[in-house]
Design a binder for this molecule. Sequence first.
Ligand SMILES: [Zn+2]
Ligand SMILES: [Zn+2]
Length: 420
Amino acid sequence: MISLDNYFKIYPKVIRANTKATITLKPRLTHWNIPEGEYKFSRYSVNYNSNKENRNIKVRREGNNFYIEGFFEGEQEHVIYIDMGNKSYSFSVYSVNDDLLSRVPYKGDMHIHTYYSDGIESPAYVASSCRKIGLDFVAITDHGKYFPSIEAINTFKDLDLDFKIFPGEEVHPPNNPLHIVNFGGKFSINELFEKEKETYNREVSEIEERLKLEVPDIPERYQLASSIWCFNKIREAEGLGVLCHPFWRIKEGYYISERLLDLLYDKKPFDAVEMVGGYHMYELTSNNLQIVSYYEKSKGRNIPVVGVTDAHGCDTGSLFGWYYTVVFSPSLNLKDIIESINAGYCVAVEAIPGRESRVYGSLRLTLFTLFLIKEVFPIHDKICQEEGNFMMKYLMGEISEDRKHYKKDLEEFYNLYWQK
Ligand SMILES: [Zn+2]
Ligand SMILES: [Zn+2]
């Protein structure tokens, strides 16, 4: 089966559920005349067709354009097949309820390193590279350092970009092995361990004191208290606190004990958990364990999950681009992104080259994201790539003063592909 999207602009792709809609097929290539002849259209909805009438579609042709009218029932994918002689084509659209239709799927990486910690490139280079592979946002999260994320933001401050760079850091609390990502926080948590050392020590002791009733005298009690303090501070900074790579295996074993992980899931001081990410080919069992432990330990609670690369270089051929998060958000403003993640409007994606992408999160969002990966993101990613190239040229000093506003192609894209 050949995808029609290469040859036709097909819109809208995301349709309001339980309404009638008209889908337009418009040739992308102006020189290409669509031959006259007998085209046979049929439609199937992947989850259900409650009655035969709902399966019917009406097709109209005007010049080289086709218009397909139908009723799109429920939240599901609808595949439209077009047969002409011995050739067969298909494409899909997806109908969703209003809460999803009013949100845009934003792709982002919330955990990545630069040469300010153990990465290879500058923050601005990393940010441009992320745009080039189709991400909508990134937060640089160097070990113990907040300023690299700010440097990335400042480098592009004179450009009017669709791409968003948010503040971030990987937080390493003293005497606590847990790694925590501060995504979007307005201030650094790492800096507080030095600047407000006494306050930190006192407040962690107070939290530990309160935990004594529930948690026995084990090292994890202190670790939990310290983690609770960090996650609370991140929220005070209006950021999102992410529990990092729970099954990262180092020489001594998993970097945190399962006892600590159980306590963390039990108290849930964090906002989101890294479901997939950070692992090379030989470490993929860690993702396996994170997925299984998530479903077991979250006990049916809708705890938000994210996918992150934790990449330490964009051009190494490993990790960079292998994992990302899709956030369904009304806008790309930081506040909306964080609120949407907290409300569970996000999935974690594993996209290892040469393999089928895998999506994790709620079934509803996973089904929709699998459709987006197939039908929408390839077009979206190409638009992002152009802006990424533009950012990279800017870093190379190849952009003249008068070209600092990049064309807002994505806005046009969503206006066309999402039914109004
Ligand atoms: Zn880490
Ligand atoms: Zn890291």
